[in-house]
Design a protein. Structure first.
Length: 126
């Protein structure tokens, strides 16, 4: 697929659009996996603390910190943008809350041989 894109043989942009959608899906899944791994690590720490307190036979009330557990809806703070690129190319971006626009565009631009520094940003209406 990259060979077709690099040779500019994707005239209609269908392959590029499909690739971008798949890349966005992969990034979304990776973000969920990272969040779940962090929650598992936190739970393992609490379990270890409980084991230590059970072994010492002194029951200490541990404060419960719910601030580390986010609402599942909060993990999906993201925005979808359509970016028009040189040579009549376009891409659909998903920018998550922990990303900058340049981070979201970086891989998609490199697949097309473009650089973020060479692009201009224009506001459009929808």
């Amino acid at each position: 697929m990259n060979n077709l894109i690099n040779k500019h043989e994707d005239y209609s942009g269908l392959i590029t659009k499909a690739y971008d959608e798949i890349a966005n899906d992969v990034n979304t899944v990776q973000a969920v996996i990272d969040k779940d791994c962090a929650e598992i690590d936190e739970l393992n720490q609490v379990i270890d603390l409980c084991k230590i307190s059970a072994n010492s036979k002194s029951m200490v009330n541990l404060p419960v910190d719910n601030s580390s557990f986010e609402d599942p809806a909060d993990q999906f703070h993201r925005i979808h943008l359509q970016a028009y690129l040189p040579n009549n190319q376009f891409t659909i971006l998903e920018v998550r809350g922990d990303q900058t626009l340049s981070q979201s565009l970086e891989k998609k631009l490199s697949n097309r041989g473009l650089r973020f520094e060479n692009l201009a940003v224009f506001s459009g209406t929808s």
